[in-house]
Design a protein around this ligand. Structure first.
Ligand code: KG4
Ligand code: ZN
Length: 372
């Protein structure tokens, strides 16, 4: 399998948002991995770009040293360097990219700048070697919500994406509105455990039964209206002092979470039917959500499909997935020039728009959904 080609240990660097991370991957296996999550942003209720960039600058040297120590390697033993070149926060990206360029140049190592969202696709293969294309992937993070069909590594069809807020962003904003902490996803999940979805009723956006695959937005998402509906419901339930009654909060959190999960699962199942491929891969910080994982696994199991869901550490931002993707591409002979620049709106390599088709199974007819 080309994805497992032997290349030699690759150092990966990830600094696109608020995690400073370095990892060493060798032969598809993680041999050193350090993630330092910046908690300085919590009191601002979101990531402050300037604080993130400065923290990466302070921490990156020691994070790389720790990853190399864990891998029991010196820098001389490395065969290449991979780094997230975009998308992400420009200041944060520049710290990691320039660090990686200097490191690679000084040691005459090949460099590869990778796309952060493509790296999320590779995270599962570090834990489940069979998590190789073809598959349907749902990538859900603080900045992205994407549904795609991967035929091979490097060849992806974009089925749907969000029209407004990303799924994680909706969790974060709703949590803030409900007076919960940041990041909002884990907070909503924690509080929602004590609540009952259905006690209140929120909309399931863009899941109308009348839609069909000929509709250009059949696989798209929208969370902005759901966020507003949640805020309006919260306003109705508030006491005079502007706080939610303690017994209402868990029910509201549980219903919001359920509405997001129903939408995500509904769209994934549409993609499974349309593509004829029932191997599904999850990625991104929202993939940590237990209700999403359980519901998706149940929906797939009912039809004999399978789910690849990364462990919490590999679901969120991390350098192991960056090193894994870089190892794959470096082993195919790809290299980035040393004048590579960080690009906050880096185009996803190999991603093309959906081939319109109203017929379920059309995408993969004649091509079985099994890895080659
Ligand atoms: O992939 P990620 O670590 O960073 C990027 O945005 O690239 O994703 C972070 C997002 C945040 O919006 C956070 O609220 C969400 O993932 N998240 C969750 C959970 N854990 C993290 N959302 C729902 N449930 C969770 N348990
Ligand atoms: Zn991410």
């Amino acid at each position: 399998m080309s994805g497992r080609a032997r290349f030699g240990p690759v150092l990966g660097i990830e600094t696109s948002c608020d995690e400073t991370s370095a990892a060493v991957v060798s032969g598809g296996e993680v041999i050193g991995h350090v993630i330092l999550s910046q908690d300085a942003h919590e009191r601002f209720g979101g990531v402050v770009p300037e604080i993130a960039a400065r923290a990466h600058l302070r921490q990156l040297d020691s994070v790389v040293d720790a990853a190399l120590r864990e891998a029991d390697l010196t820098a001389e033993r490395l065969a290449g360097v991979g780094v997230t070149a975009g998308p992400g926060l420009i200041g944060a990206l520049l710290v990691g990219l320039n660090w990686a360029k200097g490191f690679a140049w000084a040691r005459d190592l090949p460099l590869l700048g990778v796309h952060h969202m493509e790296a999320h696709l590779f995270a599962n293969s570090l834990e489940s070697p069979e998590a190789q294309p073809p598959f349907v992937a749902l990538l859900v993070s603080g900045g992205h919500t994407m549904l795609l069909h991967a035929e091979r590594w490097g060849s992806y069809q974009l089925l749907g994406q969000t029209r407004d807020d990303a799924a994680g962003e909706a969790f974060d904003k709703v949590a803030r509105r409900l007076g919960l902490g940041y990041p909002g996803g884990p907070e909503i999940e924690r509080v929602g455990r004590r609540g009952e979805p259905g006690r209140f009723r929120l909309p399931r956006p863009m899941l109308s039964g009348r839609d069909g695959p000929e509709d250009p937005s059949y696989f798209d998402f929208s969370f902005s209206g759901l966020k507003t509906a949640t805020a309006l419901l919260a306003a109705e339930l508030e006491e005079g002092d502007g706080s939610l009654r303690a017994e209402e909060l868990p029910h509201l959190a549980a219903e919001f979470q359920q509405a997001v999960v129903d939408t995500l699962v509904g769209k994934v199942m549409r993609a499974v039917e349309w593509s004829g491929c029932d191997r599904v891969l999850l990625g991104g910080g929202v993939a940590r959500n237990g209700v999403l994982r359980t519901r998706l696994a149940e929906a797939l199991a009912a039809g004999g499909g399978s789910l690849f869901a990364p462990s919490p550490r590999l679901a969120a931002d991390n350098a192991a997935m960056v090193a894994r993707l870089a190892e794959h591409r470096l082993s195919l002979g790809e290299r980035s020039p040393l004048d590579l620049n960080a690009d906050p709106s880096f185009t996803f390599p190999g991603l093309r728009p959906r081939t319109r088709g109203a017929v379920p199974g059309e995408a993969t007819r004649g091509a079985p959904c099994t890895p080659s």
